[in-house]
Design a protein around this ligand. Sequence first.
Ligand code: PLP
Length: 426
Amino acid sequence: MERDTLIFDLIGQEHNRQKEGIELIASENFVSEQVMQAMGSCLTNKYAEGYPGKRYYGGCQIVDQTEQLAIDRACELFGAEYANVQPHSGAQANAAVFYACMKPGDTFLGLDLAHGGHLSHGSPVNLSGNLYNPIPYHVNEETGLVDYDEVEALALEHKPKMIVAGASAYSRDWDFVRLREIADKVGCLLMADIAHPAGLIAKGLLSNPIPYVHIATTTTHKTLRGPRGGLILVGKDFPNPWGQTTPKGEIKMMSQVLDFAVFPGQQGGPLEHVIAAKAVAFGEALTDSYKDYAIQMQKNAKVMAEEFIKLGYKVVSNGTDNHSMLVDLRSKFPEITGKKVENVLVKADITINKNMVPFDTRSPFATSGIRVGTPAITTRGLKETEMPIIVAMIDEVISNIDNEDVIASVKTRVNELMTERPMFAW
Ligand code: PLP
């Protein structure tokens, strides 16, 4: 077979783009060599419908062990009793939990997409918003913090089947204790989607929802620094509240209901190469070196938010507890959209994404904000001393948004800062 140079040339170009630029997309990261190797391994050749020890295909004796290691390490990392490592993505993990816990038309509460929520938490363009009946809750306009009083009022009014905590663009910690009180008051399930802060939670740097929620989901590729994928966790397993029974007439535990919702409910064969890579990443996340990484990622974000504020930008909620922040451009450049900033920063090899800010006056296609995060640059080895330099370069580009000479000069400095750095400095 001839080598597919067309594709491999493009992969080479993408490698250079990643190496030479400053990656500030809050949901992206760079994986270690061994995570990459596991993903590119022969495990991709194997069909393994089912779960370790209960497969629908022969020859699963090895992938049973890699999948079991992924499960055991995920449980150890988060202090959970149950993990399903098969969801192909975060959105699919969420869809599986919804499928397990609700019937079409059932009501649930989720953070509004325009206030930082994720589209799989009830957006009308996603099946979560079509199949079920989402009621959005919001952040407070003044503080930028989740309005837990509103969550409680909405829960009492609508009697949801489930409350979904979690966000894609929210820089503060969550009050899972309060949310569990609300869920118990109305007798509904509480789910936390920790896709963004999972790595910080795993190392005790943010509140761990596992003791308080019924079910948690996460992606494995953001702060957690693993392969692209999803994960479902349960802290302490419990009998399913709907009285579903096994063929033997025994009451099913929630773990069994969730497993069934992932396969055969939602997916066919698991991606065993990705599951092995998840196991490697979870193993890395269990180390002290990963804790140092997580501390640095959080420190970098804090300094970065302070620098934006010093330069006259409004940072939603006035700072960050985690790895990310939402910068409201209107405080300094009311006429410039997030879309324009995203496009122009790309020319300077700085990657961020446009993002609506709470109570935005612009559409999601234009936006008044940008979302910035530190997982990827921290993996590249950047420290808090470099954060003011990066924020100053972003400010220089935005302040000179139509000046190609300034943009080219920033790009040169970005490339000087990044090109010689390892992709993975830990
Ligand atoms: N949940 C949250 C909170 C997210 O931020 C994301 C992705 O950004 C997802 C779920 C979906 O993950 P995926 O892109 O793997 O489907």
